[in-house]
Design a protein around this ligand. Structure first.
Ligand code: MG
Length: 203
């Protein structure tokens, strides 16, 4: 399986990082070794002094597809969750400044937190879905999928122009504003509406 991530999909997050708004979605990948195993803490890697949390809505692909049309994209996933795209921001800033790929800052071991999956049938409107990240019981990020620059179906269509989507592939759909550093002993919990879908410790 592969993890496909979208960058800069929420205006307020683009502003907080002083980034430019891209015309087309920004895509990068994480390998399966990036997945933080269930019940494991997240260990801050020794190559970074500024690892940020980015909560994102996730969808899991349930059907193989290539050149998917946006109007059919909803048929290619049936589960939704939230997760964290952990980002070594100092490493990323350095790579961005040099115009180099981001992988070392984004795709390292443990950088992909994946919450419990919820059936899409339980969700009324995928394009109006609240999600929240709490750090030490306080809300630090709050988003709604309605604020995405590119909707989930648009993303699936766009991604599948370049990459064949396969069963089990996971899409990270971008983070809203409020990203920030984590430190040892932080506790992070992710919610879709009011339901807690992950809960991890930072070490
Ligand atoms: Mg992200």
């Amino acid at each position: 399986m592969k993890i496909i991530c979208i960058g800069r999909n929420y205006t307020e997050h683009i502003k907080e990082l002083n980034s430019e708004t891209p015309e087309a979605p920004i895509i990068f990948l994480k390998p399966d070794t990036a997945i933080l195993l269930k019940k494991q803490p997240f260990f801050i890697p020794d190559f970074s002094n500024n690892v940020h949390h980015e909560i994102e809505v996730l969808v899991r692909i349930n059907k193989i597809g290539k050149h998917i049309q946006p109007q059919f994209a909803h048929k290619y996933y049936d589960e939704v969750s939230v997760g964290i795209d952990f980002t070594a921001r100092d490493v990323q800033d350095d790579l961005r400044a040099k115009g180099l790929p981001w992988e070392c800052s984004k795709a390292f071991d443990g950088s992909a937190v994946i919450g419990k999956w919820i059936s899409k049938d339980q969700i009324e409107d995928i394009d109006n879905l609240d999600f929240t990240l709490k750090k030490n019981e306080e809300i630090v990020q709050k988003g709604n999928t309605g604020d995405m620059l590119h909707s989930i179906d648009t993303l699936i269509a766009y991604i599948s122009k370049y990459f064949t989507l396969k069963i089990g592939d996971i899409i990270f759909t971008g983070t809203p504003s409020g990203v920030g550093a984590v430190k040892a002993n932080d506790k992070l919990s992710g919610f879709l509406k009011d339901e807690e879908l992950f809960n991890i410790k930072v070490k």
